[in-house]
Every structure is written in structure tokens, then in C-alpha cells.
Ligand binder design. Structure first.
Ligand SMILES: *Cc1c(COP(=O)(O)O)cnc(C)c1O
Length: 440
């Protein structure tokens, strides 16, 4: 392993450019090469046997890892101050694998009402096929989190900053509930990114990311990451996690994952050996390269995203055509104090506005349509965290699978329009929004 991989640079800006890669590795390319190879040379049959038995570390076959993805994994882990990460094909795969690994068969999840629509679909429809059930709670109701825990609960799941309404999670309070229940807190840190928040500082145990969004930042590739923050001890109550604490047939020495990966991450070792291998949501080398290119400028981009969004939110809050601006950087927003505590470097640039309601859902949809059709700089795209500024209508797009009750629980109405402020000139964006609002 290289020097920089062994000792991740301690400052964020250096880590985001260098962590996980050193040009003193066998190739001397300044940037991590794209290792476009399905399989990797095995030095001898003995070496092959050791790799298959997890006695040696190295690449075998690219479904479970490749050297470019490994740089991405180490870099995300460094930025989150975690111990190890698994790079996967999408944010959706990251969420699914983290939950599958913890919940096992018949496990129970307590999750926030305020979640990404794809995560809601996964929890409501697909994970029940594995016998995994979820209880949803209002993330601000700490007593509700506590009351929802059952003996078979295996994790608590929430987003550090939800969307489209930008609710800021009280990570510390929810982490305390999880730890009192003897289970880890898993935080989806996609919208905040480790630049605006490191969930570990507030007690989270595992973070997951859609790297598709701000980490990559260019809207060019889909990818995800699961990060073990190294704080949860699976051996404290081994009977809760038999897959991790019982001997595994995949580890020929007869050890469990907790024993075998005691010096790294049993959780990530398990996900790679089992779920990556069996289910196959691989992060390709070329995708990992594109994500690393984006991550090199994460701090600069997040500063610009955040500052532009703050200015736009303040402008829209004073606009007569806007009923409400859901931006926690505004005084009076219900999560303003939480933002000061948990997002001291700035608020993410994904937030929503409510147009004045025209009375019913159809009429509100028509007004949103007029507004969006009037935009020339912001684009109608199903994405966030892109260099481009994006507008969406959650009720008819990203959150259209949700029931009316789930929409209401998430704070979303048909008059709600979500913005993801990109890196264009902020005055151009304000002029564009004003032009479109003038049509209403
Ligand atoms: C987009 C997103 C996901 C899913 O990620 P994909 O990369 O699209 O699979 C999960 N969580 C959040 C908060 C997201 O924004």
C-alpha cells in the first residue's frame, strides 16, 4: 500500500484530492489510472488460494472490486473519517446493501418519514420480500423513534438533510436512541456530503451516499458508497448479527467476519464478500475515475452551491409569487437552529419553494407547469447535486409513488417545486426565477 493510502491526509481539501492514491504505486501516473480489466493476475496457485480464502488482500475479479474503485473507496472513507468503504453501482445499491447486511432475515428497520423516494420504495415494497419490515416515524419526534424500536430492530435509518423540504436531522438525538437500543444509526449523507457534515461527529455509525449527486458533481455517472465509520461494535451483542459473528463458510479458517476483519471493517468485509459477490452491484473503474475527478473539487463546489442557494432562498422568501421557502438557512425555518448545529459550513443547495396554491392539486400542477416552462437557465431534470441548476416537481415526479399521507408527512404538496442550485452565475439564476415567477 502507498504512503498516502496508509496515512490519509488530515485536512479535508488535501484528502479530497489525494486520499487513497499515490503515484509511487507501481504505475507512476499522477491520477489514478482506469484499471479496465475484468480479472487480475494471480502470482501463483498458492496466492490464488489465499485470495479466495480472504487470507490475502488483492483483486481477483472486478465484480467485487478493482484498483480504481479502491481509490474511490479510500477517498470517501477518508472524507467521512471512516475506517473503510464499499463502492457500489448506485446510491440505491448502497442503501439496499447496508440495510440487507444489518437486518438479515426478519430484521426490523426504524426509518424517517422524510426519505428519498427510491429508499421509500425499497423499504415499503422490496425489502419485505426478505422479511424486512420498516416502521416510519417523523424524524423530529425523538419519542416516536424510541417507541418504534422492537427486539428485532437492527438499524435506524435517516438522511442527514432530507429533500425536497431540507429537514435537518437531529443526528445526535437519533444516534442516542439507536445506541440505547443496541443498534447502529445509518445516515444517508448524500445531500450534505462530508464537506458540510460528518455524521460520525454526531454519533452516526454508518453513512451511505449516492455519489451520483454532489460527490461526482458533474451529472455524468451513477455510483454509490457505504462507509463504516468504525464506531459500532458488532461483538457486544453477537446474537443480533449471526451473519457477522458466526463462523462463515466463505472464510475457510472457520472464523467469523468480526474475527477475520478485526483490523479493518467486518461490516464492509461482509458486504463485499457476500452481497457484492452474490448480487453484483459493481462500481466500474471508469465510473470510479469520473467520481474521483468530481471529488477533487468537492469543497469548492459545495461552498459555491451553498452560497448561491442561500442568496436565492433569501431572494425568493421576499418574492410575492412565492408562498414559502423551505431553506434551513433562513431565520424562522423550523430547522434553522439544527442547521446552525449540524451544518456550520453552510446549508446544501437542494431546497423547495411552495407556489401560492390555486386551490386543488390539478390547478397547482398547472401553475407549476407554467413556472417550469418559463425557466431558461434552470433545467427540468430528475437529478440533484449537479453542476447544472435543476428544477423538479416532487409530487408528480420523484415522489409520485408516495401516498397522499406519505406526501403530507414529507411536507410536500402539489404547489411544491424543488430546486437544486448549481454552479452557474447566481444573478443569471435569480433573473431566470424572476422571469418564470412573473408568468404566474
Ligand atoms: C439519488 C439518491 C439516492 C439514490 O441514489 P442513486 O445513485 O440514484 O441510485 C439515495 N438517497 C438520496 C438522498 C438520493 O438523493
Amino acid at each position: 500500500m502507498s504512503e498516502s493510502a496508509d496515512c490519509p491526509p488530515s485536512s479535508f481539501a488535501t484528502a479530497q484530492v489525494q486520499a487513497g492514491y499515490s503515484s509511487t504505486m507501481p504505475v507512476t501516473a499522477a491520477l489514478p489510472p482506469i484499471y479496465q480489466s475484468n480479472a487480475f493476475a494471480l502470482r501463483s496457485l498458492t496466492h490464488a488460494r489465499d485470495l479466495f480464502a480472504h487470507r490475502a488482500e488483492g483483486d481477483v475479479y472486478a465484480r467485487t472490486g478493482n484498483p480504481t474503485a479502491a481509490v474511490f473507496e479510500q477517498r470517501v472513507a477518508a472524507l467521512e473519517d471512516g475506517v473503510a468503504a464499499a463502492g457500489v453501482a448506485s446510491g440505491q445499491a448502497a442503501v439496499a446493501l447496508a440495510i440487507l447486511a444489518l437486518a438479515g432475515r426478519g430484521g426490523h428497520v426504524v426509518a424517517a418519514n422524510q426519505l428519498y423516494g427510491g429508499t421509500v420504495d425499497l423499504l415499503v415494497e422490496t425489502l419485505p420480500d426478505w422479511g424486512i419490515e420498516t416502521t416510519f416515524v417523523d424524524q423530529d419526534d425523538i419519542a416516536a423513534w424510541r417507541a418504534a424500536v422492537r427486539p428485532e430492530t437492527r438499524l435506524i435509518f435517516a438522511e442527514s438533510v432530507a429533500n425536497p423540504i431540507a429537514q435537518v436531522l437531529d443526528v445526535r438525538a437519533v444516534a442516542d436512541v439507536a445506541h440505547n437500543a443496541g443498534v447502529p444509526l445509518v445516515v444517508d449523507n448524500t445531500v450534505a456530503t462530508p464537506y458540510l457534515q460528518r455524521p460520525k461527529e454526531f454519533g452516526a455509525d454508518i453513512s451511505v451516499h449516492s455519489a451520483t449527486k454532489f460527490l461526482g458533481g458533474h451529472g455524468s455517472v451513477i455510483g454509490g458508497a457505504i462507509v463504516d465509520l468504525g464506531t459500532f461494535d458488532f461483538s457486544a451483542e453477537p446474537e443480533k448479527w449471526p451473519a457477522l459473528t458466526d463462523p462463515s463458510r466463505r472464510i475457510p479458517s472457520g472464523e467469523s467476519y468480526v474475527e477475520h476483519f478485526r483490523d479493518s471493517s467486518p461490516f464492509i468485509g461482509f458486504i463485499k464478500a457476500k452481497h457484492m459477490h452474490d448480487l453484483g452491484p459493481t462500481l466500474s473503474a471508469s465510473t470510479a475515475f469520473a467520481l474521483l475527478q468530481g471529488m477533487e473539487t468537492l469543497d469548492l463546489r459545495m461552498q459555491r452551491h451553498s452560497a448561491s442557494a442561500q442568496r436565492i432562498a433569501e431572494h425568493l422568501a421576499a418574492h410575492p409569487a412565492v408562498a414559502r421557502v423551505h431553506h434551513p438557512g433562513l431565520a424562522g425555518n423550523p430547522w434553522h437552529d439544527a442547521a446552525a448545529r449540524y451544518l456550520s459550513k453552510g446549508v446544501p443547495s437542494v431546497f423547495s419553494i411552495d407556489l401560492h396554491s390555486a386551490g386543488d392539486d390539478e390547478a397547482d400542477f398547472a401553475r407549476a407547469e407554467t413556472f417550469i416552462a418559463g425557466l431558461r437557465v434552470l433545467q427540468l431534470l430528475a437529478n440533484i447535486g449537479d453542476a447544472r441548476s435543476i428544477v423538479t416537481h416532487p409530487a408528480s415526479m420523484t415522489h409520485s409513488h408516495l401516498s397522499p399521507q406519505q406526501l403530507a408527512d414529507g411536507g410536500i404538496s402539489w404547489a411544491t417545486v424543488r430546486l437544486s442550485i448549481g454552479l452557474e452565475d447566481v444573478d443569471d439564476l435569480i433573473a431566470d426565477l424572476d422571469r418564470a415567477l412573473a408568468l404566474l
